[in-house]
Design a protein around this ligand. Structure first.
Ligand SMILES: [Zn+2]
Length: 349
C-alpha cells in the first residue's frame, strides 16, 4: 500500500508549554492534528477554569493564521482544587478533563497530589458529571525502582482509587508496560489508555546501550522489549480502549544535554509518519485510523473529525529535520532510528 486516507487525527496527550516554546512547537501539532488534550503542567500549573481559559487564549493567539486546531484544556489536580470550579469549567466546555500527577512524578509536578484522600470529593463530583480523569500512573517513592513505578502504581493507587470512586472515567496516560495494557483489558468499563508514538518504537536500550542518549529519556521511562511488544499489540488491535496521546514534550537541547537532563521527547512533527511505519510493520494499516482518529473521540464523547488526512509512502526515505528552532533554543526531533517512508500529504494551516 502506498497511500492511505483516514479521518484527521487528534492528539489526546500533548505538551505545548508557553511563551516562545509554545509559538515554536504549536504549528507542528496544528499541521496534522485537529484537536489535542493540552497538558496543564506549566509553571505555575493550570489549576482553575480561569487559568485554563487564559491558557487556551494564549494557544489560540499563537496558532498559524487560518488554523482550525482546537486545544482541549485540562486542569492540574491539586489537593486544594475546588470541585465547583472544576464542574463549572466542564459544563461550560472550557475544560475537558482533569490531570492527576502524583507529586514529583515528572516535569513541573511539584504541586501534584500526595494524599489521594484529599482529592476524593473532586473525583466524586467528576464521576457524577462524567468528566474524565487523566492519570500519570507512576508512584514516586524513592524506594521503588523507576522501571517498576507504573506496575506498583496500578496496584497501590489506581485500583484502590477506582474502587473508592466507582463510575469515574479514567485514562491511564502514556502506558508503558504490559501490566498497564493488561489492567485496561481486564476492566471493560470507564477505563482507557493513551499510548505514545515513541513507546511503540523504543525500548530502554535506546536510552542506555552503547552510550547515554538523553533525547530518548522521557517519563514514564521506556521499559524492556516485552513491554514495547505489548504496547504494539494493544495499539494495533483496534480495541477502542487504546488511543494516541503523543506526549510530545519539548525541552531545549540545553536542558536535555546536561548532567541532570529533563524528561520528554518531541515527536509532533513526525508522529503520523512514524505511526504509519509501525502499523505497516504490524500489518495493521487498516487499524491506524481507529487508534489516531476514532477511539479517542469516542471515549471523550466527541464526534470524530470531518476532515480527512492523506498519508503517502515515498520510495526514498523522508528527511525530517533533526531539530527545530524555537525562541527558547533548538529542540531535537524524535529519531525513530529507522528510515521513514510515510509522510502526511496534506498539512493544514
Ligand atoms: Zn505528558
Amino acid at each position: 500500500m502506498n497511500s492511505l486516507t483516514i479521518t484527521r487525527p487528534d492528539d489526546w496527550h500533548l505538551h505545548l508549554r508557553d511563551g516562545a516554546m509554545l509559538a515554536g512547537v504549536l504549528p507542528y501539532s496544528a499541521a496534522h492534528f485537529s484537536r489535542a488534550i493540552i497538558m496543564p503542567n506549566l509553571v505555575p500549573p493550570v489549576v482553575t477554569t480561569a487559568d485554563a481559559a487564559a491558557y487556551r487564549n494564549r494557544i489560540e493567539m499563537a496558532l498559524p493564521p487560518g488554523s482550525t486546531f482546537q486545544p482541549l484544556m485540562t486542569l492540574y489536580l491539586t489537593e486544594a482544587t475546588d470541585a465547583d470550579d472544576v464542574a463549572r469549567g466542564f459544563q461550560e466546555g472550557v475544560v475537558r478533563a482533569v490531570k492527576l500527577y502524583p507529586a514529583g512524578a515528572t516535569t513541573n509536578s511539584q504541586s501534584g497530589v500526595r494524599d489521594i484522600e484529599k482529592v476524593v470529593p473532586v473525583l466524586e463530583r467528576m464521576a457524577e458529571i462524567g468528566m474524565p480523569l487523566c492519570i500519570h500512573g507512576e508512584v514516586t517513592d524513592a524506594d521503588i525502582d523507576i522501571f517498576d513505578r507504573e506496575a506498583v502504581f496500578i496496584e497501590r493507587v489506581l485500583e484502590p482509587l477506582r474502587r473508592r470512586v466507582p463510575g469515574l472515567r479514567v485514562v491511564m496516560e502514556h502506558v508503558t508496560t504490559k501490566n498497564g495494557v493488561d489492567y485496561v483489558l481486564a476492566n471493560p468499563k470507564g477505563l482507557a489508555a493513551t499510548i505514545t508514538t515513541h513507546h511503540l518504537i523504543i525500548n530502554r536500550n535506546a536510552i542506555l546501550a552503547g552510550g547515554i542518549r538523553p533525547h530518548y529519556y522521557c517519563l514514564p521511562v521506556a521499559k524492556r522489549e516485552t513491554h514495547r511488544l505489548a504496547l504494539r499489540a494493544a495499539a494495533t488491535s483496534g480495541d477502542a480502549r487504546f488511543f494516541l496521546g503523543t506526549d510530545s514534550a519539548p525541552h531545549t537541547d540545553a536542558s536535555k544535554q546536561t548532567a541532570c537532563g529533563c524528561a520528554g521527547i518531541f515527536s509532533a512533527i513526525n508522529t503520523m509518519a512514524c505511526l504509519a511505519h509501525v502499523f505497516e510493520e504490524e500489518e495493521a494499516l487498516d487499524r491506524l485510523e481507529a487508534f489516531t482518529s476514532l477511539n479517542g473521540p469516542a471515549f471523550y464523547g466527541l464526534p470524530p473529525n470531518e476532515a480527512r488526512m492523506h498519508l503517502k509512502r515515498a520510495a526514498d526515505p523522508i528527511a525530517f529535520p533533526p531539530r527545530i528552532e524555537t525562541g527558547e533554543g533548538p529542540v531535537t526531533v524524535f529519531d525513530p532510528m529507522f528510515p521513514i517512508h510515510w509522510f502526511v500529504a496534506d498539512e493544514a494551516g
